[in-house]
Design a protein around this ligand. Sequence first.
Ligand code: DX5
Ligand code: ZN
Length: 220
Amino acid sequence: MNKHVLSPSILSADFARLGEEIATVEAAGADWIHIDVMDGHFVPNITMGPFIVATCRRITRLPLDVHLMIETPERYIEAFAKAGASRLTVHVETCPDIVGTLRQIKSLGCRAGAVLNPETPVGAIQLALREADLILVMSVHPGYSGQSFMPETIAKVSEIRKKLDALRSSAWLEVDGGIDLETLPKMKEAGATAFVAATAVFKNPEGPAAGVRSLRALLD
Ligand code: DX5
Ligand code: ZN
């Protein structure tokens, strides 16, 4: 596994050609496939469920990095695990017992991640730091791809990097939202190790393979 990973989000893929789009980014060097699950309650948009995860599981060997933007995620964790998710990431804002939910995810054989929104203070994931295999920092308000990067989230990544290092944690520190050729190096510098990108990959004017290669070149 690479030390820094790129996780293209299929939210901006052409769903009429999903298999082809995933094969293209896989061949170009994508490390994981990011799947954005939205329920129309926790975020305004509605996207994909376990069925799409199962479809992706059939068409790629890459780990499936599933981001749950849903209320009461514990009700659906088993379905996503059965569908073939490799990692399941839940929002701290939706989990009154974040440690219990992370343990539930692990008990089903998946890697467990905790994510916080731009306005959520770092203290909210304090308990999750020891338990999580991944901490995800949102660098936009979740709900849609194609939004502008929020620079104030860079400091949050640095702060969490310090906390993970102090715990000697090997958890991934992932960033999601507005990640492109300009913002990725700033987040890498702050200590991020996993990078989600939808627009910069699938809406790249030269195509998704070029999108993956240009971002991955900044990680090697
Ligand atoms: C936002 C999603 C992101 C989104 C990123 O709610 O969690 O994963 O797809 O899109 P870009 O890379 O276009 O900001
Ligand atoms: Zn996401």
